[in-house]
Design a protein around this ligand. Structure first.
Ligand SMILES: [Fe+2]
Length: 341
């Protein structure tokens, strides 16, 4: 049923069904016509239009209430309710609304092949970490231990990292920096080592840039995919990563500046660990000596994700050592959509 707004003699506004002759002018496409025809069997009712800001929400919820997809219906009802409450509570002005729309348009326009500004915005609001925490509870044998939990994917994961043999160095070309040895074991939920698990690792360089941000680095530098051995172990070499600023050349940078927040993430390694019959674990391991460990702008640091990067001397050279184990939960392995190609 299509409706139109009518004013009665007192000036009050009402919703009333439109007649057949009017309908054609309201209908811009066959799809809308079909939806209209489908609803003609419903009883026609007139509804008082909202007269106060608070009376608008029930009408919006009613309009969306027939959404066949139950989860979409639930999500949109909750989102709309919170949005209305937010606007009412803060008394958003028209100028502020325009600014908010410009921000949303801006994060879309700033998203491209090397950067996903929409994910970054979600990260800066803590929403990405919240979703990761909610959807990846620790397995029973992780609670109270230092084993890994999930962390956000971040905007720099690429599919198809080079397959590496145990002990390979993912620092290719002329990547200078403190050498880093990383090793650990992948376990299943019962605490048994998982052979043949894939450990996909990616990181920023010692100057804080991912290879896709830095033309001086070879393609796929500091990225690699390792397979655990019969004892579930993985081992790789790299260079100690540096902390880096999240991109500040878009609307998110302006937001950080307006909020007097620094953009520097603490140094970390990203991991995506997977095995058949297990959920994909996406996580990060942060260097315990990182400068901004306690003020990560994307709120990705939780206690179990802090790794001990031990500094040792070997052959007269400083070396960093990290041992970190992963625990996978049973389930279907579902891989994320890569934020960049
Ligand atoms: Fe990162």
């Amino acid at each position: 049923m299509l409706v139109q707004a009518l004013a009665d003699a007192s000036g009050a506004l009402w919703l009333a069904p439109i007649d057949a002759s009017q309908r054609q002018s309201y209908i811009g496409c066959n799809r809308l016509q079909a939806a209209c025809d489908e609803r003609e069997t419903e009883p026609m009712t007139s509804t008082l239009l909202p007269t106060t800001p608070e009376s608008l929400l029930p009408l919006v919820l009613q309009a969306m209430s027939r959404t066949p997809d139950a989860r979409l219906r639930q999500l949109m009802a909750a989102l709309t309710t919170h949005l209305h409450q937010f606007v009412l509570e803060t008394r958003v002005t028209e100028a502020e609304f325009e600014r908010a729309v410009a921000f949303l348009v801006g994060i879309g326009q700033a998203t491209g092949e090397t950067k996903n500004e929409v994910i970054l915005a979600s990260d800066l609001l803590g929403v990405s970490t919240l979703v990761a925490m909610l959807n990846n509870p620790p397995s029973p044998n992780q609670i109270g231990t230092s084993e890994s939990h999930a962390a956000l994917l971040g905007p720099f994961w690429r599919q198809h990292a080079p397959r590496c043999a145990a002990g390979d160095n993912i620092a290719r070309g002329d990547t200078a920096g403190t050498p880093l040895d990383v090793n650990g074991t992948v376990y299943d939920a019962a605490g048994q080592p998982l052979a043949g698990a894939l450990v996909d690792v990616w990181q920023a360089s010692p100057v804080g840039l991912y290879e896709n941000q830095d033309e001086s680095q070879p393609d796929m530098n500091l990225r690699g995919c390792f397979t655990t051995d019969a004892q579930g172990r993985y081992r790789l070499r790299s260079v100690h990563p540096a902390g880096y600023p999240v991109p500040t050349d878009g609307p998110c940078g302006e937001l950080l500046q307006a909020q007097l927040r620094h953009p520097y993430r603490p140094a970390h390694l990203h991991f995506m660990v997977s095995a058949p019959g297990h959920r994909v674990l996406i996580t990060q391991v942060f260097a315990d000596d990182a400068e901004t460990l306690h003020s990560d702008p994307v709120f990705g640091v939780t206690a179990p994700l802090v790794g001990h990067f031990e500094r040792v001397q070997r052959d007269g050279q400083e070396l960093a050592l990290l041992t970190h184990d992963f625990h996978l939960l049973p389930g279907e392995p579902v891989f994320p959509h890569p934020p960049i190609p």
